[in-house]
Design a protein around this ligand. Structure first.
Ligand SMILES: NC(=O)C1=CN([C@@H]2O[C@H](COP(=O)(O)OP(=O)(O)OC[C@H]3O[C@@H](n4cnc5c(N)ncnc54)[C@H](OP(=O)(O)O)[C@@H]3O)[C@@H](O)[C@H]2O)C=CC1
Ligand SMILES: Nc1nc(=O)c2c([nH]1)NC[C@@H]1CN(c3ccc(C(=O)N[C@@H](CCC(=O)O)C(=O)O)cc3)C=[N+]21
Length: 303
């Protein structure tokens, strides 16, 4: 094995520690609300991890567990209530939702300034236009991992495998915002390996176990594995780690790579949202002009 392993667990811990320090200095504790519909065991584990780390960072934890049979209107009511709750700064609607629910319209119902997943049309639009806003946690965490390993992004050829709303598409936009030359691959891509083999950076987010093998990677390239699969042999990603680690320059493991960064970034986004709410509250008190609605105080190029 020649690749340097990017330790997502360690980078995530550093970020969570930084968030906790900032939270401790605030007058008001930021609050994160998680909504879980149904009993999918993997989703339940993710949400409980998010809640545990939220409390560890000194934030307020709100949780709504809804039955798998809940109606669209009932979920809408929960979102409306959390949108109005001044103690809630961030709302996370865990995906996927049961098939009878209309996920896009529920996501769209979340107040964009509480949308810590960065999935509303407003925040997706802000990202597409390079404006400040809340960014999706996983792709934003990937950028932070690349930065932690001092991987050069400007002018690099980055190939993103996948174009989902949650990962691939925002990942491509974040890399573009950092001046990478970006190729996006998907199910209709002909000859995937011909694209990835040319890449300085490959971000694998296809949801296919061990899709990316040695034949897909240029020697010395950076390989980021977003995929997570539970198999009989334990967790694995979209990358065949053992095969690729012999060729890549940098590689993220599964577990211990992107996953922990997703949660740490969720906490950072909740802090960002709280700072926004605190400053708009102050403005309301001082000049009575109402809450600032012009976006979130982070710079456009940041993850
Ligand atoms: N570590 C973490 O924090 C997170 C991990 N994940 C994991 O990441 C993976 C991707 O998640 P998500 O984006 O939500 O998944 P989706 O299923 O929503 O999207 C998968 C994307 O990959 C593309 N794709 C599928 N098969 C291939 C293929 N053979 N070649 C090229 N492209 C392909 C699809 O193309 P098309 O659009 O044409 O259908 C689609 O755009 C999953 O394993 C998921 O569990 C997800 C979120 C967070
Ligand atoms: N609205 C929404 N936002 C999400 O961000 C979201 C979602 N829905 N639905 C599901 C995916 C998946 N996801 C993960 C989060 C943490 C780990 C994680 O911490 N993984 C650990 C391992 C944990 C384990 O043992 O499974 C690791 O990779 O080291 C993985 C995956 C967030 N997602």
């Amino acid at each position: 094995m020649s690749a340097t392993i990017i330790d997502g667990k360690a980078v995530a811990q550093t970020l969570r520690h930084r968030v906790a320090q900032e939270v401790a200095a605030l007058d008001r504790r930021p609050g994160l609300a998680t909504i879980l519909v149904g009993e999918d065991p993997a989703s339940a584990i993710y949400v409980s991890n998010k809640r545990k780390l939220c409390v560890e960072a000194g934030m307020r934890d709100r949780h709504r567990l809804l039955s798998a049979q809940v109606s669209q209107a009932e979920v809408e009511d929960v979102i409306d209530e959390l949108n109005l709750d001044p103690e809630v700064d961030g709302i996370l609607l865990q995906l996927p939702l049961p098939k009878h629910l209309d996920a896009p319209s529920l996501i769209e119902r979340i107040d964009p300034d509480k949308d810590v997943d960065g999935l509303t049309e407003t925040n997706a639009g802000r990202l597409a236009l390079g404006r400040p806003g809340l960014r999706p946690c996983t792709p934003s965490g990937v950028i932070q991992l690349l930065d932690s390993a001092a991987v050069h992004l400007e002018g690099a050829h980055a190939v993103v495998v996948g174009r989902s709303d949650l990962v691939g598409r925002p990942q491509a936009q974040l890399l573009l915002a950092r001046d990478a030359t970006v190729t996006v691959c998907h199910r209709h891509t002909r000859d995937l390996a011909s694209h990835t083999r040319d890449a300085d950076i490959v971000v694998a987010a296809a949801g296919v176990p061990k899709l990316i093998g040695a034949e897909h990677i240029k020697p010395g390239a950076t390989v980021i594995d977003v995929g997570i699969h539970r198999t009989e042999g334990g967790l694995c990603g979209d990358v065949d780690f053992d095969a690729v680690a012999g060729i890549a320059g940098h590689i993220t493991p599964v577990p211990g790579g992107v996953g922990p960064m997703t949660i740490a970034t969720l906490l950072r986004n909740t802090l960002t949202a709280a700072n926004l709410h605190n400053s708009s509250h102050r403005e309301t008190r001082t000049n009575g002009s109402g809450p600032a609605r012009d976006g979130v105080a982070v710079t456009a190029g940041q993850p």
